[in-house]
Structures are given as structure tokens and as C-alpha cells.
Unconditional design. Structure first.
Length: 89
């Protein structure tokens, strides 16, 4: 990847990462509303919530974030390649 190509890809990658984080948060909130009887996500410091619920929420959030991040990064890389005809490696 040339220096110009890297310079173009960096802002694109940063922007898609921010958008991906926002999307992942929204997806997680929707999934949690369907999984839990309590619609708000548990805070790990909230001792009124069970440890199982807190750990389930954390695990689910991690999975959702990783999947959304991979999908967004992949789409960004494919879009970049379609425009520049070079791979963003």
C-alpha cells in the first residue's frame, strides 16, 4: 500500500470504526431487551443484579461488538478496494 493510499484509508477506517461502535451499541441494546426481563443493561457494580446476569450481558456485548466490528471493517475494506483497486493491508 502506498503512502497516499494509507493516508486515504486511515480516516475511512477511523470513521467506520466509530460508526461500527455506535451500531454495535444499538444492536446490543435491542438484543438485551429481547433476552432479559429487565430492559436496561446491568452495571457490573450494581449489586442488586445477579452475577450471572452481569456476566451474560458482558459476554453478549462482547460478541455483538466483535461481530459488528468485523462486518463494518470488512465492508470498509471492500468499499475501499472497489474505489482504489488496491487492498487496504
Amino acid at each position: 500500500m502506498s503512502a497516499v493510499s494509507k493516508a486515504l484509508y486511515k480516516p475511512l477506517s477511523l470513521g467506520t470504526s466509530v460508526v461500527g461502535g455506535i451500531v454495535a451499541g444499538a444492536v446490543f441494546n435491542q438484543v438485551w431487551k429481547r433476552v432479559s426481563t429487565n430492559s436496561d443493561t446491568p452495571d457490573p457494580k450494581d449489586l442488586q443484579r445477579s452475577i450471572g446476569e452481569v456476566l451474560l450481558a458482558a459476554a453478549l456485548q462482547g460478541v455483538v461488538f466483535a461481530v459488528v466490528r468485523a462486518a463494518v471493517d470488512r465492508a470498509g475494506a471492500r468499499g475501499y478496494k472497489a474505489v482504489t483497486h488496491t487492498e487496504p493491508t
